[in-house]
Write a protein that binds this ligand. Sequence first.
Ligand SMILES: Cc1cc2nc3c(=O)[nH]c(=O)nc-3n(C[C@H](O)[C@H](O)[C@H](O)COP(=O)(O)OP(=O)(O)OC[C@H]3O[C@@H](n4cnc5c(N)ncnc54)[C@H](O)[C@@H]3O)c2cc1C
Length: 568
Amino acid sequence: MSEPTHQARGGPPRIVIIGAGPTGLGAGYRLKELGHDNFLILERHGYVGGLAHSFTDPAGFTWDIGGHVMFSHYSYYDRCFERLMGDEFTLNNRESWVRMFDRWVPYPFQNNVRYLPPEACYECLSGLIKAQAGKGTVPSPAAARNFGEFIDAVFGEGIARHFMRPYNFKVWAYPPERMNKEWIGERVAVIDTDRALRNVVLGKDDFGWGPNNQFKFPLKGGTGEFYRRFGPVLGLTKDGREQPGSHIRLNAAVASIDADAKVVTLADGHTEPYDHLLSTIPLDVLFAKVLRTRDASFPATARAASGLLHSAGYMVGLGLKSRVPGGGTPDTKSWMYFPEDNCPFYRVTYLSNYSPFMTPDKDHYYSLLCEVSESSAKPTPGANGQNPDAVIEDCVRGLENAGLLAPGERANIVSRWCYYADYSYPTPSVERDEILTRVIPWLEARGIASRGRFGMWKYEVANTDHSLMQGVEWVNRLLRGEPETTIGMTYTVTEDGRNAAVHERPAHAGSGEKRLKSPGPGAGVHVARDSHVNGGTKCDATRAHPAPVGDIPAGEVGEDEVGITGRS
Ligand SMILES: Cc1cc2nc3c(=O)[nH]c(=O)nc-3n(C[C@H](O)[C@H](O)[C@H](O)COP(=O)(O)OP(=O)(O)OC[C@H]3O[C@@H](n4cnc5c(N)ncnc54)[C@H](O)[C@@H]3O)c2cc1C
């Protein structure tokens, strides 16, 4: 294969990045920091942030694309946040609950089954004890062939039936048998049965929140404000517009990539040559619609990529004119899980609890953000984004059924907002890692790195911190020869680019994990005690960070999306 080069004679290579989500922004930020100026980020939308963007609706409510909670596993990410946000953030307790049997069960679920009706409580405990003794329907987590069997092996029949199976189907929109078990990781396989039992017998509360389990949230502008602030660092104006010399081109949808000539063509016909390409386009879309090459192995590789599964999601925001939720006492919940079928959503976030600036006036309004998944295995009345109104109405009814909206409170809804994400969750399907083993090295061999939530397709490293760091680490590898540690994949590219990758679960995988220990002095982690505004922050990405990129060891609290946790 010919090796065209677009770098000016003796000059730095030309780097093109597709997508200004956290991955692309992280890569751009790091390039700038390392003094590499020959790069361009192409973004199809007129704004940056991707799925981490936030919108403010005409009524003055600010919405994220689903509840975004920032749990960083990286000192580098923390330093970016500190530099761009200064003190302009709130610090919130992670207070999550499960709604079932018309009552609230605190997170983590298995430590609080005493809140269930006695019969269900007994079924959960007895199943858990049997499963952990290896006497359940699946003898051990090691013997489980998929996520469904893993649930049975770890939690037993009761928890599986009442919570884990229905809840996970609502989140993922696929039966757990179609998902692998590796994305969860070994550490949630052992549950502290004695603790679960003790809490029931002694009537003990065992909540998963407190001073050690808090998260930061931008004071104004929602999650997206953090990512918006990368714009000026990369040449956009303060209000997010392009100007001469910008490293970001907005409204620049990439229509095709000629992998042989190393040229990207935009929808408007404009072309951009590259030496190295970082793509954050969903992998299946990249192969099905964007990539062009005369390479004979392309059709078979594209067929493999088409086997990746994903779900779509409706993010339904409801703004209410009411001082406190439900007309009762102030509710301090952060977010809630809904395993039952009396409502369409799997999760609802009290977004107005994250910051006093998420509504037009904190004293008179509050806001709820509902998330509803969709796939071919779980259709919704929204019909692939064609009929969002039907999903909004279902959510309002669901909130009434679940007791979050009191009778008559529907009249207080002053804003109905909906965002349809056609790519919401990358499914860790049974076949996923095998497909990635084939597809990612194939791209690498042709000068294309695919990274990020849907570029790498690894849900376990697809949060904002992981995504941003995938961009940073790719640049570190390219310019400094450092290994990438987040993608959980090591590969040597063979002649034909196949069978050359090995997967492992990276240490910083997972979401919602509390830290085991602080990264130590000099790592630059900022611990805030209170929330306040310092009025304007200056950011300079070219300033060297004080310490090398460092990782924060993962804690023992598990994946918040599945509502479970390991030994804690
Ligand atoms: C419902 C939901 C809840 C979430 N909750 C959390 C959470 O609690 N905590 C957390 O940390 N993270 C959360 N995330 C994940 C977070 O949003 C992602 O980690 C992050 O946005 C991924 O960044 P990315 O850059 O890889 O991809 P994206 O954000 O998807 O960005 C990709 C960018 O590429 C652009 N693009 C695509 N195709 C083209 C093209 N052809 N031409 C040009 N540009 C293109 C897109 O417009 C987009 O801007 C959540 C995500 C969802 C959907």
